[in-house]
Write a protein that binds this ligand. Structure first.
Ligand code: FES
Length: 219
């Protein structure tokens, strides 16, 4: 970081902060590619990979949001490991299995699916470790939106709060919730996630359309 550069002078970023995510912001009306505003996971990425992520941004992207973690890389990995105590390191190029229970996330207070659902469809998806849940589901034709927000959602910018899924198994292999995500989902079971800001590093089971209170949609 430049000692007298704008980032340094802002006081928001400090030397040693860990870059976790890059969120491209496409200029309104100029988006021509579905990948223009997809968050890019950079946890544990090498300098070259980070530079590559910037270099590969679409031409329509005029601005990016950067998500940082304040602490050492080991502390970041420890935070991502959550309270399980398991060591965590994002495996490079590893394939994981995402089991999707579609339209059947009837959950009780523990986030576990009810066995009474009769309309569930199960998909098994192979994906790269570190993939974004919303992206991998939509790429496979699986809708995560429970209403008209299928067409009016914020496209993964963590603004609409409507891409809710239930990570009913394997949640310890995903990134931890940010304060914003936890606040948005505060009236729901811990296993509920905003799929657009959830990254899977290990095998997970994801239920779409988990039941939520009506008040969730009127915040
Ligand atoms: S798509 Fe809007 S919050 Fe996830």
């Amino acid at each position: 970081m430049e000692p007298m550069g704008s980032a340094s002078l802002s006081g928001v970023v400090e030397i040693g902060d860990q870059l976790c995510e890059l969120r491209p912001v496409a200029v309104l009306g100029s988006k021509t590619n579905d990948d223009d505003d997809v968050p890019i996971d950079l946890v544990g990425a090498s300098f070259d990979d980070v530079m590559g992520a910037f270099a590969n941004l679409g031409r329509e992207v005029r601005e990016v949001d950067l998500v940082f973690f304040r602490g050492t890389k080991d502390e970041l990995m420890g935070a991502l490991a959550g309270e399980t105590g398991k060591s965590f390191s994002p495996p490079a190029n590893e394939t994981i299995t995402i089991t999707v229970i579609q339209n059947g996330g009837g959950a009780n207070n523990n986030g576990r699916r009810s066995s009474s659902s009769s309309t569930t469809t199960t998909h098994v998806i192979k994906a790269r470790a570190g993939c974004n849940l919303r992206q991998i589901l939509t790429d496979n034709g699986i809708n995560v939106y429970q209403s008209v927000t299928r067409w009016t959602n914020c496209k993964g910018k963590q603004l609409c709060g409507t891409c809710i899924v239930n990570v009913s198994d394997g949640g310890e292999g995903t990134n931890r919730k940010s304060i914003d995500e936890a606040s948005t989902l505060r009236e729901n079971p811990d296993s509920y996630r905003l799929s657009c800001v959830t990254f899977a590093y290990g095998d997970v089971t994801v239920e779409t359309f988990p039941p939520v209170k009506a008040s969730q949609w009127t915040r």
